[in-house]
Design a protein around this ligand. Structure first.
Ligand SMILES: [Ca+2]
Length: 259
């Protein structure tokens, strides 16, 4: 049983959580998307994608099509109840996979729509002079875990250039990342894997660290993904067997991170 697996930890912490923090800082280091902006986006997502069951919870983020430009302020400048052009750009980046400077995907999947309620703390710092939880975690991983030779305390999150440095993560990923798809021995022993994942999981920095995009990729390369049920909430993405609707998506290894 694998619950909300953060199984590609050396990439999740750095290329996903770390890059999100970088994306949310302007040239002066100021935080771009704040709690107020997250609330605007979250409300708009629910209004757009609540689904069949009108309960304030997005029925299925995978089918939700939401463009953050829908909540852009007409002037392009920040105002109550809408987003500045810079905020819209960051939210678009967050929903997308992190990418290198040539547009190649660095990590499979961005923040899922419906996760906005979890952004504050995880991806948005309540103290803009400090990193978000995810950003702070990423910085510590980069200092002491991510590379074969630790750069140490003098290294900051903003020293990390994902386009240049992603390929340096592969060595330690072989130590930390539990991501083999070879389950033959397990299967021969009679094992049956089960995997669940909250579809609104923003990839927190705590023990709940996870990435639903990554889990869906993993399932799609090893088994099948069950069709999303209707009429319930808090549903998992689960591998249930041959009757599931197959989803295919190349996700491993990240193009720029392969060692
Ligand atoms: Ca709903």
């Amino acid at each position: 049983m694998a619950g909300a697996p953060a199984n590609r930890q050396n990439y999740l912490a750095t290329l996903s959580q770390g890059v999100r923090e970088q994306q949310n800082r302007d040239a002066s280091g100021n935080q771009v998307v704040d709690a107020a902006a997250a609330a605007v986006v979250g409300a708009a997502v629910v209004a757009t994608c609540d689904g069949v069951v009108k309960d304030g919870v997005v029925d299925d983020p995978r089918t939700c099509r939401f463009d953050p430009a829908a909540v852009a302020c007409p002037s392009g400048l920040a105002a109550p109840g809408c987003l500045s052009a810079a905020q819209v750009a960051v939210v678009k980046d967050w929903y997308d996979s992190p990418r290198d400077n040539r547009g190649h995907e660095l990590y499979p999947g961005g923040l899922p729509v419906g996760s906005e309620g979890g952004w504050v703390g995880s991806d948005i710092s309540t103290d803009p002079t400090r990193l978000s939880g995810g950003g702070a975690y990423a910085e510590q991983v980069l200092r002491y875990l991510a590379f074969p030779t630790d750069p140490g305390a003098g290294y900051t999150l903003f020293d990390f250039d994902p386009s240049r440095d992603a390929k340096k993560l592969g060595t330690m990923a072989k130590v930390y990342n539990a991501d083999t798809t070879d389950l033959d021995a397990f299967r021969k022993a009679g094992g049956k894997p089960m995997l669940y994942h909250g579809l609104a999981d923003p990839g927190r920095w705590t023990a709940r660290s996870s990435s639903p995009g990554c889990s869906c990729c993993r399932v799609s390369t090893t088994a099948t993904v069950a069709p999303a049920p209707t009429g319930s909430t808090g549903r998992p993405a689960s591998a249930t067997g041959p009757s599931g609707a197959r989803r295919r998506r190349r996700c491993w290894p990240p193009r720029s991170a392969a060692a």
